[in-house]
Design a protein around this ligand. Structure first.
Ligand code: SF4
Length: 198
């Protein structure tokens, strides 16, 4: 497995190299491999992304972190315009049980979810008061989401990256990265979270 690394600044970002290293160290147990500071203008938002949610995903209209509970594309564009920078988190995973809804998969999802939210918390305490996470994957803190009833853990409720109409693969390619997808169920793959900063 590749060693963890901090990717050098790609913009004038505001997160120091030492804080990036702290974030990376904190996220390592959750599989965090790399953190890349990016400009929010490099995040590609597209209307078609929600088609993939509506058609072909069994999470649609079943959780608080997926559409239609999450902001629509026009609202997303306005929200992103209020942030200039973000961190792209790359997490390496291997889920032979990807298409199963079992506890092993859920444990990994919960670890990844809580890991991202804990990095958001660390950044908040470092003075990034607008910080907000868009988490890769789907919230699995509850075995079954209470949606549309009240969320059981509202402090950790966040939208998924895809629910935010973000073209993840297009964004990665735009940033010069190669998306890591699994062609076979035993292959490793990356999932990506984005933490909006300011
Ligand atoms: S914490 Fe539970 S109720 Fe809230 S979004 Fe996650 S799974 Fe749904």
């Amino acid at each position: 497995m590749k060693s963890s690394k901090v990717v050098p600044f790609q913009n004038k970002g505001h997160v120091s190299q030492s804080l990036l290293q702290r974030l990376l160290d904190k996220g390592k147990p959750c599989g965090l491999e790399a953190i890349t500071p990016i400009c929010t203008k490099d995040i590609i938002v597209a209307d078609w992304v929600q088609l993939k949610c509506r058609y072909g995903c069994n999470r649609y209209n079943t959780t608080w972190c997926c559409p239609p509970a999450t902001p629509g594309t026009d609202e997303v564009r306005k929200i992103l315009a209020e942030y200039s920078s973000a961190l792209l988190l790359e997490v390496r995973q291997r889920y032979p049980e990807f298409y199963l809804n079992n506890s092993r998969k859920r444990i990994k999802q919960v670890r990844g979810w809580k890991g991202t939210v804990s990095l958001e918390r660390l950044l908040f305490l470092e003075g990034f008061y607008k910080v907000f996470s868009l988490v890769g994957e789907c919230c699995a803190l509850c075995k079954e989401c209470t949606y549309p009833e009240n969320c059981r853990f509202p402090q950790e409720k966040r939208p998924s990256v895809e629910s935010f109409s973000i073209d993840v693969i297009g964004t990665l390619q735009h940033l010069g990265k190669t998306p890591q997808v699994a062609e076979n169920k035993n292959d490793s793959f990356n999932y990506y979270s984005i933490i909006l900063l300011e």
